[in-house]
Design a protein around this ligand. Structure first.
Ligand code: URA
Length: 191
């Protein structure tokens, strides 16, 4: 079911030209992973490597994301990963409001199709998307926040911690908390 629903969203995206990024991107990065995942992760936008390959988180931040997932006993095949924007902003600048707006129905469609138990938002843009708040990630990170119909778990974006040992430790600690939350949800489901 989820796979068909995701395919419908991918068909709707098509060779998107709804915003200016459609003419500067190389590859559109739709998303990847298990359509039935209990955990969905949302990043910001493709970077240079993702734009070349067409898959999310394949560069340095992706390597760290793999380590974070491994630290809680998961890998890419167990989760579903998408971004707020499907196309790379030139020079890796921040996503613009009109780009986020043009892409929003597709990310929302992906979240609805996968229907995960927890959505991990990586950084400010994904957190803002899911929670509609301007509250900075530093204040929201590391705990479940209940949004209408969704459990959201904001954390620092992996790219934002690459050069800070202290923030990197915080991100690993938050993933440990995430592991506990997933365990709690799994045992509630069983019993
Ligand atoms: N950063 C993101 O937010 N998404 C990617 O896919 C890669 C880097």
């Amino acid at each position: 079911m989820s796979r068909e629903a995701l395919d419908t969203v991918a068909d709707a995206v098509g060779e998107c030209r709804r915003c200016a990024l459609g003419s500067t991107r190389d590859k559109l990065v739709f998303g990847s992973g298990d359509p039935d995942a209990r955990l969905m992760l949302i990043g910001e936008a493709p970077g240079r490597s993702e734009d070349r390959v067409g898959r999310p988180f394949v560069g340095a931040a992706g390597k760290l994301l793999d380590e974070l997932l491994a630290s809680i006993g998961l890998d890419r095949a167990d989760v579903y990963i998408a971004n707020v924007l499907k196309c790379r902003p030139p020079g890796n600048r921040d996503p613009r409001p009109e780009e986020i707006e043009a892409c929003a129905p597709f990310l929302q469609g992906q979240v609805d199709a996968v229907d995960p138990a927890i959505v991990v938002t990586l950084g400010n843009f994904a957190t803002r998307f899911m929670l509609g708040t301007r509250e900075p990630i530093g204040r929201l990170r590391g705990r479940i926040i209940e949004a209408p119909g969704r459990r959201v778990f904001p954390v620092f974006h992996p790219a934002a911690v690459l050069y800070s040992r202290q923030k990197r430790d915080v991100l690993f600690d938050d993933f440990e908390r995430l592991r506990v939350e997933l365990g709690i949800l799994a045992s509630a489901r069983r019993g």
